[in-house]
Ligand binder design. Structure first.
Ligand code: DX5
Ligand code: ZN
Length: 242
């Protein structure tokens, strides 16, 4: 199964952050999603490299840093030094997108672009070789606990098609991540639309049982991916027998 569940610590208990990240990883989380907000690019203020460094010894899974900041570049080496593994940013918040992607890779991290609901996918067109991950927002960035914007399913399909075409020509797979309003009851549809990496904040940290929630999410993703694979095989069979 091609699936990563990345709980967003925005909805964790910040007074017990070390324990929270250990618990969520013990419950099956594949990544830790780390939301950085600057009260400038988004109307909220959260956590920086010091907090990333503080949680780093508590978990071995990748830390996925989502920068909702403007400008971007000066924070990249700081987060890399603090133990980040993946760093994503919003392209319209960087004056030189190609350079920022290079900085992230040079710092030894996986690099990615984040697309707000209304940000066109064309931002990825000329930098695919420098991307390890594409993150589509299914809420407007800034807060946890918002509702999933349905149009993101259509956009996921379009992003999936672009990334599949790139994979066919390059042999390299770029992850497709979704962030905002992901729950147990919609994650199957989101996986069917093409996402393979799933951020969930309030749905996981707001649940009593982290393990049961993450397991239910993984089961829904597995079922959706199996159904998509069956549909593709059937299409292929009809095509070749026609
Ligand atoms: C929103 C953040 C998200 C947020 C998701 O700006 O980027 O990562 O924590 O929270 P939920 O899953 O509650 O929508
Ligand atoms: Zn995020």
């Amino acid at each position: 199964m091609d699936c990563r569940i990345a709980p967003s610590i925005l909805s964790a208990d910040f007074a017990r952050l070390g324990e929270e990240v250990r618990n969520v990883v013990a419950a099956g989380a594949d990544w830790i999603h780390f939301d950085v907000m600057d009260n400038h690019y988004v109307p909220n203020l959260t956590i920086g490299p010091l907090v990333c460094e503080a949680i780093r010894p508590h978990v071995e899974v990748p830390i996925d840093v989502h920068l909702m900041v403007e400008p971007v570049d000066s924070l990249v080496p700081m987060f890399a030094k603090a133990g980040a593994n993946v760093i994503t940013f919003h392209p319209e918040a960087s004056r030189h997108v190609d350079r920022t992607l290079g900085l992230i890779r040079d710092a030894g991290c996986k690099s990615g672009l984040v697309f707000n609901p209304a940000t066109p996918l064309a931002w990825m067109d000329h930098v695919l070789d420098k991307l390890d991950i594409v993150l589509l927002m299914s809420v407007n960035p800034g807060f946890g606990g918002q509702s999933f914007i349905g149009q993101a399913l259509v956009k996921l399909g379009e992003a999936r098609a672009r990334l599949d075409a790139y994979e066919q020509s390059s042999g390299r797979r770029i992850w497709l991540e979704i962030d905002g309003g992901v729950k147990v009851d919609n994650i199957g549809a989101i996986a069917a639309a093409g996402a393979d990496t799933f951020v969930a904040g309030s749905a996981i940290f707001g649940a009593k049982d982290y393990r049961a929630t993450i397991e239910a999410m993984k089961q829904a993703v597995a079922a959706a991916q199996a159904a998509s694979a069956r549909a593709r095989a059937e299409q292929q069979r009809r095509y070749t027998s026609a």
